[in-house]
Write a protein that binds this ligand. Structure first.
Ligand code: NI
Length: 251
């Protein structure tokens, strides 16, 4: 059975969410962790977790909203983080892909949320794009554990995050022809990897270009199994154990 540690599941992207959930079950997906990372999507995922057994959630404000998030929004987040099936915070982090114009605001939002996660002892799901050094430096200031979502860095960076106690979220990118991620995955311990789809984005080969879904986790797992030269069952088992030891699914 698979656990999708990071995906998005909005009515904007899927016509029929009942169907998505049924397809997941057929594809041996046991649990999915849906991320709500805007004001609107946080409210949306809080409804989904009540409706579907397999849905757990992480919530937190994505760096792209750094300019609009207020102290009231942070209070609201803190309140919701205490609810059942809210197993972590995220995706939170830093994103300098479109420039560093609001870097100070991004750092403020990131640190404000890390403080809350630390206080509530909740794992964090980290979004870091073109911001590796600042992400590492900021995380080091807080006593938090979690996942580096959609990890795509070098082996050196992978080892830094692992030494800090983080797991690496590996998704469809590993299957892309020009990705060097498989070389990194080959070198790191399976105990440090969790699977994710980041659906509806980053669909793995052979469905690259189509709308992604947690049901495609098996293609990511098969690819990693080949790279690591172990069975796909072993990949499913170990990555699910890794996710279950990080997230409290009894909450
Ligand atoms: Ni995401």
């Amino acid at each position: 059975m698979y656990i999708d540690t990071h995906c998005h599941l909005s009515g904007e992207d899927y016509d029929d969410i009942d169907n998505v959930i049924e397809d997941n079950k057929k594809a041996l997906v046991d649990k999915i962790i849906v991320s709500g990372c805007s004001r609107e999507s946080i409210d949306e995922v809080m409804v989904l977790k009540e409706k579907y057994d397999m849905v757990y959630v992480t919530i937190g404000y994505h760096p792209e909203y750094a300019d609009i998030i207020t102290l009231d929004d942070l209070d609201y987040l803190k309140k919701l983080l205490k609810e059942s099936k809210v197993v972590g915070m995220g995706e939170i982090g830093l994103d300098y892909h479109y420039g560093k114009g609001n870097k100070e605001k991004q750092l403020w939002l990131f640190e404000s949320q890390l403080k809350i996660a630390e206080e509530l002892s909740l794992p964090v799901v980290i979004h870091s794009r073109d911001a590796t050094q600042d992400t590492i430096d900021t995380l080091k200031k807080y006593n938090v554990k979690g996942i580096i979502h959609c990890f795509s860095g070098s082996l050196e960076v992978a080892n830094i995050y692992i030494s800090m106690g983080f797991l690496l979220g590996i998704g469809g990118v590993v299957t892309f022809k020009n990705s060097k991620l498989k070389d990194v995955v080959k070198e790191i311990s399976l105990e440090k990897i969790v699977l994710e789809t980041d659906s509806p984005y980053l669909t793995p080969v052979p469905y690259r270009g189509k709308v992604n879904s947690s049901k495609y986790l098996e293609f990511i797992a098969k690819f990693i199994a080949d790279v690591k030269n172990v069975s796909v069952d072993e990949i499913a088992k170990i990555t699910s154990e890794n996710a279950s030891s990080l997230f409290d699914f009894t909450k």
